[in-house]
Design a protein around this ligand. Sequence first.
Ligand code: C5P
Length: 240
Amino acid sequence: MNKMPNDVIIACDFGSADACLEFLDKFKDEKRKPFLKIGMELYYAAGPEIVRELKRRGFRIFLDLKLHDIPNTVKKAMKVLSGLDVDMVNVHAAGTIEMMRAALEGLTREDGTRPMLIAVTQLTSTSEQSMREQLLIDATINDTIAKYARNAKEAGLDGVVCSPLEASLVKEACGKEFKAITPGIRFADAAKDDQVRITDPARAREIGSDFIVVGRPITAAPDPVAAYHRCLHDFLGEEI
Ligand code: C5P
């Protein structure tokens, strides 16, 4: 795996390839092509062809499909995704250390290279109450996140997806080289939408995020390119 520098990842939550490509046309004059996240909605609507097309256009891709199945199935699915030449993919840590190891094996190409592999710990939509009552997990959310992150590290993964407010917890549990990829980003002066455990790009950097994932604050902004530049400036300190 190549070491990738910290960056802003734009969540391309669109319902069709056309809508996504039309949005990305706005970024055609960018010197460095943005890093994009493709989630289930766009992938299930447009299939692997949208990934190939975006790679042809020079974008880096985090394919956010959150795999969770028996180890053999995950290994084979990861081999297919690795062939799409994506830059980052993920699994649910709840699938166990064995499943995460199988994912890593499936991803690793014959020449030893592979996309970055990260794990979802507990979804930010899961509360301590639903963990206890529905999943029979008695530990606190933070202890669960720290344990799942340590499991991911033990399996050889590169990092976890978590709330920016949990990035320091993950670094304490797994060391500062272990990556924290954090959605839940909002500008301090903007609406939260449906996100709860959020912070702004500058604070996310201070707490320890390595990559911030930003959707609506960029995609729904009146000027998406300006909003993206604001994220780069606040998170990376880059002057555009
Ligand atoms: O629009 P917004 O900035 O809220 O988008 C955040 C993106 O990150 C969405 O694609 C969402 O599905 C994803 N995500 C998240 N929280 C998680 C995992 C993924 O918001 N725990």
